[in-house]
Design a protein around this ligand. Structure first.
Ligand code: GAP
Length: 450
């Protein structure tokens, strides 16, 4: 149950609230902050890294470990530059850039609305030029063209380049997929909106190899997988839009793309994508040598590719936007305000699953017992021990980071070996014996309604 109390009307400044909560509670901070930051770089803090890992681990479990037709890899971030020549990225992976002649700010051409500069309202611009988004560096001591390399702008290419090695080592047959989770880099002209568009980010991608005549069926299957994933991440369907990208607007490799867009507080924009890449990539990397052989006809062929792609950071962002609630609380706990902030993450997403709280901190027997309960539970669940401040305030702190259950140890615990469990969403409390505490929490965490 996730909505017992009236939800306070969501405010226009939801993004500001998420950014502030992220910093205050240790989800996400501005990167290099003590040196004035570094344009749109962010660091994941103690809770953010748990949240992000939960998302990546669930994705890996669901799409790699629990399937027999998908295998994973973890490739180098920097690849031979010939990869980017063959993939078309050196030639085509660019955005049109224009510069305002008045304030000299540079923008992506599509950001200019009503022919006015978004910065100074100037009306004169340079002619658009294509700006390649790949981030360059040099390998080795000489900074010259021969040593120029690029940080990968997508995780996808390694899955094509390594295709033959993977095929022979894993003994897979078409249809099968290769999955990878990792960093990608793009020299974005205008990063922004917190972790929505940054120059360094993470992707979770699958290249699913199929026979050409079966691509449509697999495309539909993957669209359904992505819909189910979004549901499980707690994203409300009414905020999602499935947009078929028309000819001429798709990436250079794509024959069909559906962008999964989300209504962020700053507008409807891309969250994930699903593309049919045809045989573009494998043909470019293995032009002479078709890598697969038909089991019956023995003819060699290039498989076609369906590519579902998920941004990790955008997953974190939507999980936080959807989880954020302000609620009027009918019976405020111990002098707390009548409004509580609660992150109603699905339980699997929550960075901390259980908080262990001694009711008072000045009674050594209670504190000792609470420590024992923490030592027992921490072996089973990601836990936090907290003894600082009034109990009501501690509950609020756990609500704000989305902890599903608080276990409180009090004087009665010493007598009857039972504790109180408080539920994040209903705020209801009930007594549970320490002997059945682990089973009870496991059962409640697995409750499919959450
Ligand atoms: N291999 C296909 C590919 O890279 P893309 O649509 O360019 O496709 C895939 O990127 C996903 O990566 C996007 O749907 C988005 O979630 C995420 N993404 C792309 N650029 C990003 C950026 N600058 N910052 C954060 N996430 C980004």
């Amino acid at each position: 149950m996730r909505g017992k109390f009236a939800k306070v009307e969501l405010m226009e400044d939801l993004m500001a609230k998420i950014i502030s909560l992220s910093k205050r509670r240790g989800f996400i901070f501005p990167g290099s902050e003590i040196y004035g930051g570094l344009a749109n770089s962010f660091d994941y803090g103690p809770l953010g890294v748990e949240l992000k890992n939960n998302i990546k681990q669930e994705w890996w479990k669901r799409f790699v470990q629990q399937r027999s037709d998908i295998v994973g890899i973890d490739a180098a971030l920097i690849m031979n530059p010939k990869v980017w020549e063959a993939s078309g990225h050196l030639e085509n992976f660019s955005d049109p850039l224009v510069e305002c002649k008045k304030c000299n700010t540079r923008f992506r051409e599509d950001q200019i609305q009503d022919e006015k500069c978004p910065n100074c309202k100037g009306k004169e611009f340079s002619l658009p030029r294509n700006f390649n988004l790949m981030l360059k560096t040099f390998l080795g001591p000489a900074e010259d063209a021969a040593n120029t390399v690029y940080f990968r702008p997508e995780t996808a290419q390694a899955m094509f380049v390594d295709f033959k090695n993977i095929l022979s080592a894993s003994r897979q047959n078409i249809p099968f997929g290769i999955a990878q989770v990792g960093k990608a880099f793009r020299n974005e002209i205008t990063p922004g909106n917190f972790i929505f568009r940054t120059r360094e980010f993470e992707q979770m991608e699958i290249e699913y190899f199929v026979k050409e005549e079966e691509w449509e069926e697999h495309f539909e299957n993957w669209l359904n997988e992505m819909k189910q994933w979004l549901k499980d991440l707690g994203v409300s369907e009414k905020k999602l839009h499935y947009v078929d990208i028309p000819d001429g607007e798709r990436a250079h490799y794509s024959k069909r793309t559906v962008d999964i867009e989300y209504e962020y507080p700053f507008g409807q924009k891309e969250l994930y994508g699903l593309s049919y890449r045809g045989d573009f990539d494998l043909k470019n990397h293995f032009p002479k040598d078709a890598p697969c052989r038909d089991a019956e006809s023995k003819d060699a062929f290039w498989p076609h590719v369906i590519e579902p792609t998920w941004g990790v950071d955008r997953s974190v962002l939507v999980a936080m936007l959807e989880a954020y609630h302000e609620e009027e609380v009918p019976t405020a706990e111990e002098g707390e305000s009548a409004t509580r902030v609660v992150m109603k993450f699905p339980f699997w997403v929550a960075p901390v699953k259980v908080a262990i709280l001694p009711l008072v901190k000045n009674k050594p027997e209670v504190v000792k017992k609470a420590r024992e309960v923490f030592d027992m539970l921490k072996l089973q669940f990601p836990c936090q021990y907290d003894e600082a401040g009034a109990i009501g305030r501690r509950y609020r702190r756990q609500d704000e980071i989305g902890t599903p259950f608080c276990v409180t140890v009090d004087f009665d615990t010493l007598k009857d070996n039972s504790v109180t469990i408080r539920d994040r969403d209903t705020m209801k409390q009930n007594r549970v014996s320490l002997d059945s505490l682990i089973t009870t929490i496991k059962e409640r965490l697995n409750d499919k309604d959450n």
